[in-house]
Write a protein that binds this ligand. Sequence first.
Ligand SMILES: Cc1cc2nc3c(=O)[nH]c(=O)nc-3n(C[C@H](O)[C@H](O)[C@H](O)COP(=O)(O)O)c2cc1C
Length: 423
Amino acid sequence: MVCALLATASPWDMSSLAARRILLGITGGIAAYKCCDLLRQLTGAGAEVQVVMTEAATAFVTPLTLQALSGRPVRTALLDPAAEAAMGHIELARWAEVMLIAPASADAIARLAQGQANDLLSTCYLAFDGPKFLAPAMNQAMWRAPATGRNVATLEVDGVTVLGPASGVQACGDEGPGRMVEPNALVSALAAWAGAKAPTTTEPSPWAGRHIVITAGPTREALDPVRYLTNRSSGQQGFALAEAAAEAGAQVTLISGPVTLPTPPGVTRVDVESALDMLAATEAAFDTADLVIAVAAVADYRAGAVAPQKLKREGTEGLTLNLVPNPDIIATLGARRGPGAHPVLVAFAAETENVVAHAEGKRSRKGVDFVVANDVSRADIGFNSADNCVTVVGPAGAEALPKMSKQALSAQLLNRFAAALRP
Ligand SMILES: Cc1cc2nc3c(=O)[nH]c(=O)nc-3n(C[C@H](O)[C@H](O)[C@H](O)COP(=O)(O)O)c2cc1C
């Protein structure tokens, strides 16, 4: 019963899952606890995951946990007027590109095989006409029962890909087939599906023919001919965004402070050093831009006067620097543009406390459409890290995204900014 996808998929080609819309169904089995890891891996690969749980599943793992991990409210009820008004069961089925039910209980398998639509998950299943994956998990005797065998065979005839189950020692102490396939194997199976699938849809990219200007990296503020002030920004997030934007079909201008990263394919790079240089380059690109994303960690201050000769140590008691404020690049553009006008403006904000409150304040003060805030007090994300975990504060409010690679995050962010594009 183990599908070939499980055997052949590489655990390393997860990038195909970036921005894929996955409907993850969770049913009432002991293996439901593994869904936390499964969900974390899927979102970490950049997938957008909407969780739908059966009522029984909520006895094994809480919707709150899965909401925190997916960054989306978890859906559990069919006859819920508020949830239906937000995204009805048919819309959920239309939204999804692929559906994975893991774990799939014997009961759920029976109901799906019969075409029942007596809860939200089975209704979505029936309304969804895309690829369906199912990871059964149950006691070995339940799995071996002829009724389960008939139901699984029916689902396979219906075109469902059944992943597993695996064999081994079970939670109940039995040994045999019925264990849910491990989350990393399920993620690999979805990645293999996504990799084999033709690029997302036939819809044209919203970025085709659009000009995106991105600032990245630190700035370097000279003190004398050999010394400067700078910061720890590596440029990785800005470069990842530039790469994703070029892949999405945009014309990309990447205005970069001093970094050691290669220029992504198809991207026009403008190298600058100081904040004033970066402002000048950004203003030069502004008039033709559809979207400006200010990711650079621009120095707040520069020397009031740059010493023309190397500052000497000899004969001094110490050194007092006279620093003057640098212009705020994105706020300068915000003031030049005016509220809601062209282009869309996005500011990145590194915060160490009260991340959302500070981001909301910055959004209105700087006159931008979105603030992408990250908590740089966390050692596992942000500066010099391959991963990032941000909160996007935009016209629709604040949305906390789960931790993911900077590449995966870039695709997710562009999807959100596309909604604000001016005609
Ligand atoms: C502690 C406990 C563990 C269970 N584990 C499983 C399981 O692993 N697989 C399964 O098919 N049913 C299991 N069941 C039974 C299901 O929860 C039950 O059949 C339920 O109706 C499934 O509902 P659902 O398919 O709508 O989620 C378990 C029940 C209990 C009380």
